[in-house]
Design a protein around this ligand. Structure first.
Ligand SMILES: Cc1cc2nc3c(=O)[nH]c(=O)nc-3n(C[C@H](O)[C@H](O)[C@H](O)COP(=O)(O)OP(=O)(O)OC[C@H]3O[C@@H](n4cnc5c(N)ncnc54)[C@H](O)[C@@H]3O)c2cc1C
Length: 385
């Protein structure tokens, strides 16, 4: 049986980054991925992800984001290319709604710069939106988008160059504590390592059965549309945006058009909706996008972005893994003597943290602890309650 310092199960967003950071620190790493790297079956497909710091979900995330921002900058230096596009992020919502209240709270506590717009000012500065007087608007200039598939390919390549052994198309079936470490059985072979990291995304419930009751997997849809006025929504003229409607717990969001001479993936203006859609089992056949998901986007655009949607060009699906309270779970797995570390339950907002999570999991696996403030993300809140 082959022996390693660390085995990483799942080489998607978090696992590809962990494989790199751990290899760079000198560990002998084996990474195992059931599909290709990257692929379209998990949580990282869809061309772009929003990155932002005035975190409406909770201010606890801001110190982690400050470190994630540093790591994105360092990663850009290492690979010599831009990965974070600072288009700014425009928030539209009601003054007392979850979105604007949360953005303001994180901004005030951690001094994240914001610009405020009245409805009249917002209408003039961002004529792509049609807002009524219920809405206020905030712009976070130091926010924008990152590229999920490109980032994973980069971490994959960097990890290989740093000495990691990474296997695609090899599915882990079981892991078992053995001696001071762990034995991992795949559909091809058995391996032994001193430490194990599980970054299995929507499949985490299969590998960490104790967390199954606390993790729900949903299939989310993404749409690329042809706007009536292409230029108005181009990368040069349009920011990323979030909009929360009164009496709706979900969040509409979108990106500028990414030109095909600079970016891979779909053509057109990307618009989507963030709220739990269809519950699924990741190993079963995936359902089609429901008619109501199309009409929701069409109705939203017709009312609030009347020049945005002439026709739908493409759609894709991607998986969220919700934890009970939508906070991530990043910790040692309890009662495993610090041998097994996990990161899951990213609840549809994890990608911006990838270079930070990779480093934190490396800390947990190789040092037994991290100085990143992740106490609020502990696994004990579910497993030892
Ligand atoms: C539609 C959509 C929009 C999003 N928008 C944003 C956004 O704007 N901003 C943001 O920050 N985040 C966003 N996210 C969330 C972010 O993309 C996810 O939180 C992140 O990709 C989760 O990473 P992961 O490593 O947990 O999962 P994945 O990237 O899916 O990686 C898990 C990997 O584990 C592998 N695996 C699982 N089981 C096994 C096994 N037994 N053996 C071998 N390999 C295995 C899988 O094949 C997969 O490759 C969005 C997600 C979706 C779906």
């Amino acid at each position: 049986m082959q022996h390693y310092d660390l085995i990483v199960i799942g080489l998607g967003s978090m696992g590809s980054a962990t494989s790199y950071y751990a290899s760079k620190r000198g560990a002998k790493v084996l990474g195992l991925e059931q599909f290709q790297i990257p692929h379209e079956n998990g949580s990282h497909t869809g061309q772009s992800r929003i990155i932002r710091k005035a975190y409406f979900e909770h201010p606890n995330y801001v110190p982690l984001l400050q470190r994630a921002y540093d790591n994105w900058a360092r990663l850009e230096q290492v690979v010599g290319r831009q990965l974070f596009y600072r288009t700014g992020l425009l928030y539209h919502g009601t003054a007392d709604g979850v979105l604007l209240k949360g953005v303001r709270a994180s901004s005030e506590q951690y001094h994240v710069p914001l610009r405020a717009y009245t409805p009249e000012q917002a209408q003039k500065r961002f004529p792509q939106f049609q807002l009524d007087t219920r809405f206020e608007s905030l712009l976070e200039p130091d926010a924008g988008f990152i590229l999920p598939e490109k980032t994973i390919s980069i971490f994959y390549e960097l990890a290989l160059k740093a000495g990691a052994t990474l296997h695609c198309n090899e599915a882990v079936q079981t892991w078992t504590r053995k001696g001071d470490g762990v034995e991992v059985q795949t559909n091809k072979a058995s391996y032994y390592a001193k430490r194990l990291v599980i970054t299995a995304g929507a499949w985490a419930r299969d590998l960490i059965p104790a967390l199954r009751p606390n993790l729900r997997v949903t299939q989310q849809s993404l749409f690329w549309v042809k706007p009536k006025d292409w230029e108005a929504f181009s990368l040069a003229n349009f920011p990323c945006w979030n909009m929360m409607l009164p009496d709706d717990e979900g969040l509409f969001y979108g990106f500028p058009i990414l030109p095909s001479n600079r970016f891979d993936g779909q053509i057109g203006l990307k618009i989507a909706y963030h709220a739990p859609e269809q519950l699924i089992e990741p190993n079963e056949a995936r359902p089609a996008i429901q008619a109501k998901e199309y009409t929701r986007i069409q109705n939203f655009a017709a009312t609030y972005m009347p020049d945005a949607l002439a026709s739908i060009l493409a759609s894709k699906t991607c998986l969220y893994t919700y934890s009970d309270n939508e906070d991530f779970i990043i910790d040692h797995l309890p009662e495993q003597g610090g041998v097994v570390s996990i990161a899951c339950g990213f609840s549809g907002h994890g990608f911006k943290f990838v270079p930070l999570v990779g480093e934190v999991l490396t800390d947990l696996a190789l040092e037994g602890k991290t100085d990143a403030p992740i106490g609020f993300l502990s696994a004990k809140r579910y497993l030892m309650a």
